[in-house]
Design a protein around this ligand. Structure first.
Ligand code: ZN
Length: 448
């Protein structure tokens, strides 16, 4: 080897891990498992992931991680949340959706300020990193502050300003969403991307959505919207819009010509599913939230069969009540087995694919995240296999979905940067964030 070749070093070499990942080339998102594998990271991207030893050009690394006894996975993708709602975790539970919103959530949200959202989002980012979530899709307000939290914690996110046309400040909100796109898209070394966030068809009439589409077109970004979460919402749409479901209505106005991330899609007809598939709409399935608020059961197996891009989301922490995506993957597998009276539905590999590559596809980001393959961003998590609930090692993919815990995540790398090492967050004063979040949440409740 020449002197020059010796001098070239890759950034990080992860050695000895059991690499488990879906593959973006396989149509069925087959999970591949490589025992005692090696992953090489350079310039924020994966340059090698496979059997050991890696080719000689990757041997020389600035940093080596001995990952023997650990599982390497692509980071989990939380395709739908409202990060700062962590401040409202446990504030109002066990209520009917509209009473919960109108009597508890909306009145207290009216008192939220910029610092509240920053610390709520910091708390959310820390919780997600600890649970192996490396990317999330968010829709809320004071999004500059959520963007600051994303920048400060090292996580990756697609951010949108929640837009409710029926609220008196809807024009200002749309302007803020435009400013969010202009100020933050591509920031934090490309970890931040943006979308527009029209809340839902029942809060955003068609004339307002047309303005949003115009802005999205101008800024070349997609939209994050809630669709068909409750039965009542679908019935109201059919009554008001000549029999059209919210999805048929959105299709008729051309919304699906944009890159769309649609949260929930619980009450969808076969015709709706056909539209979602044909238009490449991404769906964020939130089993925990849907069960807790008793919204219903989304026909996920039928959507997957029809080729819809389905990922998983936690929804906000006040309707879940945590941001643990691994738990959502398990809930998705259990819920649909039960709902279909069929234990073969959503097997472990498919649940793992939804939690990673599926979420990336739903967000339109599968070209850069969601699997451990050369050329993708280095968003990698390591899980400790040396736990009682991980023995015996018959099937590690099964263990991840049916037995592992978020606390098994030891190391998190995002964009090629180590944000958690051996359970310790790097560059964040975690205790200070917990203290501030508690203080802000208590002060907020006192104002309500
Ligand atoms: Zn939501």
């Amino acid at each position: 080897m020449t002197q020059a070749a010796c001098a070239k070093k890759t950034d990080i070499l992860i050695e000895g891990a059991t690499i488990i990942s879906p593959s973006s080339s396989g149509a069925d998102e087959r999970i591949t498992v490589v025992d005692k594998g090696t992953i090489a990271i350079d310039g924020g991207k994966i340059v090698y992931a496979g059997r050991s030893p890696a080719p000689p050009e990757f041997h020389n690394a600035l940093k080596r991680i001995d990952a023997s006894g650990l599982i390497a996975l692509p980071g989990f993708v939380n395709a739908h949340t409202h990060a700062a709602m962590t401040l409202l975790r446990g504030y109002a539970d066990d209520m009917v959706l509209m009473e919960w919103l109108q009597e508890k959530i909306w009145p207290i949200e009216a008192h939220l300020d910029s610092e509240d959202v920053y610390y709520g989002a910091m708390l959310a980012c820390i919780e997600m990193i600890r649970a192996g979530v490396t990317t999330f899709a968010d829709q809320y307000f004071f999004m500059d502050d959520t963007a600051r939290a994303v920048r400060d914690t090292g996580i990756r996110a697609s951010l949108s300003r929640g837009l409710i046309a029926t609220s008196p400040n809807s024009s200002r909100a749309l302007r803020e969403n435009i400013e969010l796109c202009e100020a933050w898209d591509g920031e934090a070394s490309g970890r931040i991307t943006t979308m527009f966030g029209p809340h839902a068809p029942y809060t955003c009439p068609v004339d307002f959505l047309e303005k949003v589409m115009e802005a999205a077109e101008e800024h070349g970004v997609g939209m994050h919207i809630h669709l068909s979460e409750t039965r009542g919402e679908v019935e109201e749409s059919r009554a008001r819009h000549g029999g059209m479901s919210p999805i048929e209505l959105m299709d008729s106005i051309g919304l699906f010509e944009f890159r769309i991330l649609a949260a929930h899609c619980v009450h969808v007809s076969p015709k709706d599913i056909e539209i979602l598939s044909a238009k490449g709409v991404g769906v964020a399935h939130n089993p925990g939230s849907n069960m807790k608020i008793a919204s219903g059961i989304a026909p996920v197996p039928a959507m997957l069969k029809a080729g819809v891009r389905v990922g998983l989301g936690t929804d906000g922490a006040s309707s879940n009540n945590n941001l643990d995506l691994l738990e959502e993957a398990r809930l998705a597998a259990f819920l649909h087995k039960l709902a279909n009276d069929d234990p073969t539905v959503i097997p472990a590999g498919q649940a793992l694919a939804m939690a990673t590559l599926g979420g990336a596809k739903a967000m339109g980001m599968d070209f850069e995240i969601g699997s451990l393959e050369p050329g993708k961003k280095a968003d990698i998590i390591l899980l400790d296999m040396n736990k009682p609930h991980m023995y015996p090692k018959h099937d590690l993919t099964s263990h991840i979905i049916y037995s592992a815990r978020a606390s098994d995540v030891t190391t998190v790398i995002i964009n090629g940067e180590s944000v958690m090492e051996d359970g310790v967050l790097t560059g964040i004063d975690e205790q200070e964030v917990l203290r501030k979040a508690e203080e802000k949440a208590k002060a907020l409740v006192a104002k309500a």
